[in-house]
Design a protein around this ligand. Structure first.
Ligand code: AGP
Length: 616
């Protein structure tokens, strides 16, 4: 949940660390800090640790007073787990002697006992964090090894948990030691030095050729080069991955915020996710599936496991998988799935959906499902992520880097990918003919233009709707079928970015309780697109209207009748019900974003959240 960065070379370290931390801020923004090497007039090297509560911008002001000489350092942006956001709990954490500093992303599960042992041996702790034990463990080990990477390796042997960590030592100027277990680390070599970070996005200005460190591997970064070792300290030559996406993707490109930029990228996401997926023969081509058609044909139960927005993509998929392939499909929060005893047989397919590919609960659920014998298929946005690596097969969502904490374009990529999977299962099971698949595929592709149409024509209508609900204390999202599935996502989006309380209900459930909330002016946002349950939703809305609700309807273009009950109407083009989640999600994303802007919220970095949830 945190971002780490490190640089050693010939350039000014603080500038590189700050630029990297700004790009990693989506991973956490409770506090930030750096440790910079400084050489005194006597030629002695020291570590200056500078930390601030709050966002990287605060740290940047602090660093204006620091000279530019340092060419080696590490930095961190934090999402608090152990210990509240405070200067003392901010990283880097230094050892008692002050000559070793560590930044860490992950969780040290046995930190309490390690801390007791280290305290008993005379170490003094300055924070409430789990990470600080690493600094003291490395300090002890360094006294024996006199070599930083060896000391980090020895420290890691004592630790239970997850870590992506970087350490510097004043006694080994210019060296950064790096270790990884279950938390992402990428390393790269640029023209002016060596770089490490939690995410490629922080290195991409320097290099496009990176090493994605594997669990149990270590690296030694120096100005002149990088060496990699395994858990035994043996030299290894890791694979180098070339990054072909552009840095523009990490910039706002003229948009006021990343969320709006990413919403507007969705037509491209649909197109890119579909490229090359339909063979001339009419067969769907998902070559990374990792399962043969014979194995797919044996599947008799599907679980979609995911968290948050990705879970909502699963709700959409349930309708499609059951509708087209006639296979029972359950959608479950990964955090629940992992702690119960689901019925899994070798003919169970578990579909794990995760934008980041590193969500702790989803990963744990994947591991559990595989142990129980399920085939696991991943849908993720991050190439080489743990979800991709630990699944039997994978579809990449082609959303490219998503920076805003609120998922938008990755959600659309997930739905498109899950739709492909549902079509494939339908085809393999003989429930969809090649002709039907061709037709569905073409209509799925058409949603790219339909999204663009919504973006071009409905911004004003969304804005009016946002004005109508921005001051409400609460809002309800309702729909049925596909409309219910995306109502859940609409409510999540609104509450996470605007802090306006929102709930979603299947519209038919309103009269069983939630309708009691409605008094004059209460906003009800309803998905009333043309579908087999259209009339039912309208009836439910009339019940809300009768009690004075302010109704904002998402309706199909041409539906004039809806204006009789709705105060505001946002139109989407006519689309097959199966694909309505793709198009109808877009106005809901825009609505949440507009309300958040009107309420003065930080749209891209909502309070208390982080983009990657790598803790349970
Ligand atoms: C939604 O906007 C959030 N970003 C959050 O609910 C997210 O979908 C969830 O944490 C799961 O993340 P993942 O897709 O990276 O696994």
């Amino acid at each position: 949940m945190c971002g780490i960065v490190g640089y050693t070379g010939t350039d000014t370290a603080k500038d590189i660390l700050l630029a990297g931390l700004k790009r990693l801020e989506y991973r956490g923004y409770d506090s930030a800090g750096v440790a910079l090497e400084r050489t005194d007039p006597a030629g002695e090297t020291h570590l200056d640790v500078i930390r601030r509560v709050g966002k990287v911008a605060g740290l940047e002001s602090e660093l204006e007073h620091v000279d530019d000489e340092s060419t080696c350092g590490i930095g961190h942006t934090r999402w608090a787990t152990h210990g509240r956001p405070s200067v003392a709990n901010a990283h880097p954490h230094a050892c008692c002697g002050g000559n070793i500093a560590v930044v860490h992303n992950g969780i040290i599960e046995n930190f309490a006992e390690l801390r007791d042992e280290l305290t008993a041996r005379g170490h003094v702790f300055g924070s409430e964090t789990d990470t600080e034990v690493l600094a003291h463990l490395v300090e002890e080990a360094y006294a024996q090894t006199h070599e930083l990477v060896a000391a980090v390796r020895k420290a890691c042997e004592c630790v239970v948990g997850a870590y992506g960590l970087a350490a510097v030592c004043a006694d080994e100027p210019g060296v950064i030691a790096v270790a990884r277990k279950d938390s992402p680390i990428v390393i790269g070599r640029g023209e002016h030095g060596s770089y490490v970070a939690s995410d490629i996005i922080a290195l991409i200005d320097a290099t496009r050729d990176v090493v994605v460190l594997e669990d149990g591997q270590f690296a030694r970064l120096a100005p002149e080069g990088i060496t990699y070792t395994d858990a035994q300290g043996e030299l290894i030559e890791p694979e180098v991955t070339h990054i072909d996406w552009d840095i523009d993707m990490a910039e706002k490109g003229g948009y006021p915020d990343f969320m709006l930029k990413e919403i507007c990228e969705q037509p491209r996401v649909v197109r890119d996710t579909l490229v090359g997926r339909l063979a001339p023969s009419g067969e769907l081509d998902i070559d990374e599936l990792g399962l043969t058609f014979e194995e797919l044909d044996l599947i008799d139960r599907v679980y979609v496991i995911a968290c948050g927005t990705s879970y909502h993509a699963g709700l959409v998929a349930k309708n499609l998988i059951e509708g087209w392939a006639r296979i029972p499909c359950e959608v479950e929060a990964a955090s629940e799935f992992r702690y119960r005893n689901p019925i899994i047989t070798p003919s169970t397919l578990v579909v794990a959906v995760s934008q980041s590919g590193e969500t702790a609960d989803t990963l744990a659920a994947i591991r559990d499902a595989r142990i129980k014998g399920a085939k696991v298929f991943g849908i993720t946005n991050v190439v080489g992520s743990p979800v991709a690596r630990e699944s039997d097969g994978v579809i990449y969502t082609k959303a490219n880097k998503e920076i805003a904490v609120a998922s938008t374009k990755s959600f659309i990529g997930q739905i498109v990918s899950l739709t492909l999977l549902a079509m494939l299962l339908g085809q393999v099971k003989g429930k969809l003919t090649t002709g039907q698949v061709r037709m569905l595929f073409r209509e799925l592709g058409d949603t790219a233009a339909q999204i663009q149409y919504i973006l071009d024509s409905q911004r004003e209508a969304v804005h009016e709707a946002a004005l109508a609900c921005k001051d409400a204390p609460s809002a309800l999202f309702v729909g049925r079928g596909m409309g219910a599935a995306i109502s859940y996502e609409g409510a999540l989006k609104l509450k996470e970015v605007s802090y306006l309380h929102a709930e979603a209900y299947a519209a038919g459930e309103m009269k069983h309780g939630p309708i009691a909330l409605i008094d004059p002016g209460f906003p009800v946002i309803a998905v009333t697109t043309k579908s087999p349950v259209y009339d039912k939703v309208v009836s439910n809305l009339k019940e809300c209207e009768a009690r004075g609700a302010k109704i904002i309807a998402l309706a199909t273009e041409g539906d004039e009748d809806i204006k009789q009950i709705a105060d505001h109407v946002i139109y989407i083009p006519p689309v097959r019900d199966a694909f309505s989640a793709i198009t109808a999600s877009v106005p809901l994303q825009l609505l949440a974003r507009d309300v958040a802007v009107m309420r003065g919220c930080d749209v891209d970095q909502p309070r208390n959240l982080a983009k990657s949830v790598t803790v349970e």
